[in-house]
Design a protein around this ligand. Structure first.
Ligand SMILES: Cc1ncc(COP(=O)(O)O)c(C=O)c1O
Length: 485
């Protein structure tokens, strides 16, 4: 017996406070007991794959609330939504323009549909060591340079809460005859209050995917796929929706979505009003810290950042004696505050309308304490990898799905520079590839991988967890280039 249940029970009865998803923060909107409410498609409960009754009504109400043409309940997260959306608007071997900082599921869709990705890169915010927004003029340049791009996919907001100018990107995308898909997995709460960014649904995107479970009080795996405008073939979306959803969607999950939508309609305005006030206060307190910096709306208008989601607390220790991982461990061990993730120089605390004032105060007083310690710690610049590696200009020799049938070999990491990767290498979260199969491994990438590892972050994807070896293609890139390009 693994003891998973007992461990969960113990954890949930402990004093650890969740600054991570799901957005319900382990507080229920209902008295729902999962075993008592877990049914299947019995009479009176409709069928998600052919909704005509109660689920049809629930989804139509969701479309009304979000101001969309059509909205679908997804029980397989935004991952399922992104797979369905990309599959629906492309044919095999089509070209797709993708923001490089997209989630793994976008790459999975490219893999399954055998698409040719063209990458557009977000701007980079050096003082925080994070990605900024996607610039519409970069999207336009890529569309001009590449014929017949069927779809553009961007992530807005990012994991860090950075919102791109979706309206400008939508205009450019439509001018070139492509469809705009916005991964708004972290923005299901958008448009719910004036101080919270407007959703891509209101800014010209054709398909928008949102994880309800990330930022709203709904159970893990719940998500929404929205269709807007007239360019998307809804029948195709539904075809892939059926492919990527289980044939046994959980009524417990769907009921939690329904309850969450009720909550937004009935109490949303008041709850979001109070939440925004709490978050504005915490951002104001954080601005007074000496060493720790928290990303806030002052970034708007720079680095292609159109807007900023105040629900994300991106807490940076860049330029101090701490790394993101050290801050994460300190908050966890000394203050019993569980963060969503740690990266090189920062941690992310995810907040939601369900956070208590007490929880937020605990976080702020922990940060104030650590801010004082950092001065004692003294040493500057422990982790600087993000200064050196900006995830720009991946050297794509062939697409990752083309590498499947190519001969591979294992080489030591020190001999990897100049070779073509046969593996995915990424940090999770956020799941954005550092290198994808078919791309050249540079010396810079090898250095970065070691730095991440040394600073306590887990580098994933790669088979050799000790990071001594990496699988690469046998042929060198010159031969491949001659053969294919
Ligand atoms: C930007 C982004 N898109 C999509 C996803 C996938 O969402 P889900 O976990 O709901 O499948 C994630 C998950 O973390 C994400 O961060």
């Amino acid at each position: 017996m693994s003891g998973l249940y007992e461990r969960l029970e113990e954890y949930c009865n402990s004093e650890y406070y969740p600054f991570h998803m799901p957005g319900h923060k382990r507080r229920s909107l209902t008295d729902m007991e999962p075993y008592r409410y877990d049914i299947t498609e019995i009479d009176g409960f409709d069928n998600l794959h052919e909704p005509e009754g109660i689920l049809r009504i629930a989804m139509d109400e969701a479309a009304e609330l979000y101001g969309t043409k059509k909205t679908y309940f997804m029980v397989n997260g935004s991952s399922g939504g992104l797979l369905a959306a990309i599959s629906a608007v492309t044919d095999n071997n089509d070209k797709i323009l993708v923001a490089r900082n997209c989630h793994k599921s976008v790459y999975n869709a490219i893999y399954l549909k055998r698409l040719y990705p063209v990458y557009v890169y977000p701007e980079y915010i050096p003082k925080m060591g994070i990605n900024g927004g996607i610039n519409a003029s970069d999207v336009e340049r890529k569309l001009r340079e590449n014929d017949n791009v069927k779809a553009v996919v961007i992530t807005s907001p990012t994991y860090e809460g950075i919102v791109s100018d979706v309206r400008a990107i939508a205009d450019v995308t439509h001018r070139y005859g492509a469809v705009l898909i916005v991964d708004e997995a972290h923005g299901a709460h958008f448009s719910m209050n004036e101080a919270i960014p407007e959703s891509a649904n209101q800014r010209g995107a054709d398909i928008v995917i949102q994880s309800m479970h990330k930022t709203l009080p709904a159970l893990t795996q719940t998500a929404l796929l929205h269709v807007n405008g007239n360019v998307v073939n809804v029948t195709e979306v539904e075809k892939y929706f059926h492919i990527y959803q289980t044939s046994s969607p959980s009524y417990v999950l769907m009921a939690s979505m329904d309850k969450c939508l009720d909550f937004l309609k009935s109490d949303g305005d008041n709850m979001f009003e109070a939440y925004v006030r709490r978050m504005q206060a915490i951002h104001a307190h954080c601005r007074k810290l000496t060493h720790i910096r928290v990303l806030d709306s002052s970034i708007k208008g720079k680095y292609s950042v159109y807007d900023m989601d105040l629900s994300k607390l991106v807490i940076s220790v860049k330029g101090t004696g701490y790394t993101g991982h050290m801050l994460y461990k300190k908050l966890l061990d000394d203050y019993k505050l569980q963060m969503e993730m740690a990266s090189g120089d920062y941690v992310i605390a995810m907040t939601s309308v369900m956070d208590t004032e007490e929880g937020l105060l605990r976080l702020f007083s922990a940060l104030a304490g650590i801010d004082r310690d950092i001065r004692v710690y003294g040493k500057k610049g422990v982790f600087v990898a993000n200064d050196e590696y900006k995830a720009e200009n991946a050297v794509v020799i062939n697409t990752f799905w083309e590498t499947d049938n190519m001969e591979q070999e294992r080489v030591s990491m020190s001999h990897a520079p100049g070779r073509i990767s046969a593996e995915w290498i990424y940090l999770y979260p956020p799941g954005i590839p550092i290198v994808a199969p078919g791309e050249m491994i540079t010396g810079e990438i090898v250095q970065l991988i070691h730095k991440y590892n040394e600073s306590g972050l887990v580098v994933r994807g790669i088979q050799d967890k000790s990071l001594g070896y990496v699988n690469v293609l046998k042929e060198d890139f010159k031969a491949l280039k001659l053969g294919r390009l």
